[in-house]
Design a protein around this ligand. Structure first.
Ligand SMILES: [Zn+2]
Length: 343
């Protein structure tokens, strides 16, 4: 699979076609309008792995259930209207999965393969590489539920380097009423993007390489694997983890995210990671200042339209604070985050 790229900035045309970088800093899917971010795989999927290690017991069931619900709504939105009705007809349903597999590869999540499929009964798939195997099981369950309109029970495991998931319809699982996506509050803000004159995508995104053969997006400055992930899903997972496991979760997540970005800053001095201007390109939110001083940070930096408070606080502290920075955050009004960093 190869993607046609913009002749001016090099971003694949389907990415520009399917996503909108709004002037208020919100990055969203043009289909359905769900908010997303372009984030280092390690900062989100890696943090979930670290939470599990720190807790010392599996949290698969919480992750799969939260991601399943988000993915169902995502596929409901993406495969909608008349094409959606057609894609859910039994003879065409396989095509719905093919579209979602292609989509997952394009946004850097996974290279998946449909091995065996019987409409309305079962689905067997193989995936490698994958951004996070357990999150992906949730994605597959949600897609299945959206396309089949039935709940399924997943069985999954690793053989060699690849992950396999099998889904079987289970009518004993409760049907749910329509869940609403929890939107992050929004406020007015101005990103002031410098955009590609040909495709409209902000300059800076051209720094990424879309390697479709591996289903990865690579940041050419840091070499990091970047994924595009739904903000509502990410927030749902973190909220469920907090509800199930306790109020320490946001602090743990912010610390893990801090560690990831602090590591990148140390490894790549004199790169774009010197200031916060990259945050708006990724859909993270718009800081009031791109290069706040230590004094300004101690007083508090405002970030408008943050996608997630603990993660954004960890990013700000890692980029502009020191190795042993301490930080806190608060939300003075909806859509506005105040981050204080000491050290
Ligand atoms: Zn372009």
């Amino acid at each position: 699979m190869s993607l046609t790229k913009c002749g001016s900035c090099g971003v694949p045309k389907p990415i520009a076609f399917m996503h909108r970088w709004r002037d208020d800093g919100i990055l969203e899917s043009r289909l359905g309008g769900a908010r997303g971010i372009l984030v280092e795989r390690e900062a989100f999927a890696g943090s979930l792995q670290k939470i599990e290690e720190a807790l010392g017991f599996p949290i698969d069931h919480i992750i799969i259930d939260a991601k399943r619900r988000d993915a169902k709504l995502y596929v409901d939105d993406v495969v909608s209207g008349v094409p959606g009705v057609i894609a859910r007809l039994r003879p065409f349903r396989r095509l719905g999965y093919v579209i979602m597999i292609r989509q997952a590869a394009m946004i850097g999540l996974a290279k998946a393969e449909l091995l065996s499929y019987k409409p309305g009964v079962k689905f067997v798939g193989r995936v490698y590489p994958v951004y996070h195997p357990i999150l992906f099981v949730g994605d597959v369950c949600g897609a299945f539920e959206s396309l089949e309109k039935k709940r399924a029970r997943p069985i999954y495991g690793k053989i060699g380097e690849a992950w396999y998931s099998e889904l079987y319809v289970d009518d004993s699982l409760p049907r749910e009423d329509r869940l609403e996506l929890e939107k992050t509050p929004e406020t007015t803000a101005r990103a002031g993007f410098e955009r590609c004159e040909a495709c409209g995508v902000p300059r800076g995104i051209g720094n990424f390489r879309w390697i479709t053969s591996q289903a990865k997006i690579i940041d050419t400055t840091t070499g990091e694997w970047i994924i595009y992930i739904n903000v509502a899903g990410l927030n749902t997972i973190l909220r469920e983890l907090e509800q199930e496991l306790g109020e320490d979760i946001p602090r743990m997540v912010s610390r893990f995210v801090f560690d990831v970005y602090r590591g990148l800053v140390r490894e790549h001095p004199a790169s774009y990671l010197e200031d916060l201007s990259f945050m708006k390109l990724r859909g993270f939110g718009i800081p009031d200042a791109d290069a706040p001083s230590r004094e300004e940070l101690a007083q508090g930096l405002v970030v408008r339209n943050p996608f997630n408070a603990p993660m954004v606080a960890g990013i700000v502290a890692a980029i502009r604070g020191g190795d042993s920075a301490e930080f806190t955050w608060e939300t003075p009004e909806p859509g506005v985050l105040l981050v204080r960093v000491e050290g």
